[in-house]
Design a protein around this ligand. Sequence first.
Ligand code: SF4
Ligand code: SF4
Length: 355
Amino acid sequence: MASVLIYPATHDTVRPAIDRAFEIFPINLSGKTVLIKPNALRTSSADEAIVTHPSVLRAVVEKVETLDPAAIVVGDNPGVASYGANEECFEKTGLMEAAKGYYRNIGNDSVNVSFNPEFMSLVSVSRIIMETDIIISLPRFKTHGLTVLSGALKNSYGFLCGAQKAALHKKAGNPTRFQEVVVDVFKIRVPDLFILDAVVGMEGNGPASPDLRDIGLILAADNAVAMDSVIATMMGCDPSCLHFLQKAKEDGLGDYDLNNINIIGKLEKIPDFKLPPLGGEAITENPTIQEMLASKTNFRPKVDQSLCTGCGTCVDQCPVSALSLKGDFPEVDAGTCITCFCCQELCPEKAIQLG
Ligand code: SF4
Ligand code: SF4
């Protein structure tokens, strides 16, 4: 049976909760490479609660340091509003400092992996997702207009590089299918441990809503479906109504039935919690967000010849050979490009813009 720990915490006193999480869910990190993946959705200030709070990341990093790993990497691929701004996102949110030197831009090295052909037969994910020994996922307690909540399963959507996120959003076409995409992305590599920042949570029309709630909790779990079921219950939503949890259960990823989850701590519904509509209409009917999604999928990398030194790094590293040197400068084959934006992330001269 999966377990979910619910433990009191403030941003100044996170560490006891993290210590307890590792007691309940012991994990052998000795000699292993560990990826710690916060939710770094977009450039914002830490107190907007859009990203995992830096205090939670720092506490996890410091705990992992004590467990003798061979290497620690902290990274994420930010969402559509911060494509190509991985460092800026980590700096401005405070996650860079909290990462204690372990930050890596995981968006600049990708691999193609097989995916559900109903959506796309191949997707581009950060190489470290496929190669690391251990993934510790650090979602934040948030609502989401398309999935109702953004928790353990949704945090794995950041496995996708660059505009792969927007491309899959577009391919999905509607909130129900998007929830299925979220589960398929999660399945690419199921993380080993989930630690959720619910010190301050988000309600209303997330994942970047201004409506915040003091909750004062850290949650931890060894199973994403169980954790998201607990989050849904806290939000006042029946987990069995959530399509992504139904699909995850069908796919054998876990059980959302609270009778089959070992709850360690006190599970309480948050009074008068503001949910987005269950069907995902909050984003579907928001033309500004739809336009942004569409525009991001139309982007292609464009080389600024006044900055480019012709080093060829981007040509060598493009996972689908969409770039080639024409004379002194690289050019993109727009039809071949899968908009992973790895080239933009790794260009040493910052010569690639999204045009
Ligand atoms: S990596 Fe940057 S500097 Fe090097 S060839 Fe590509 S665009 Fe030019
Ligand atoms: S050219 Fe396109 S596919 Fe190649 S690295 Fe750049 S964004 Fe990715």
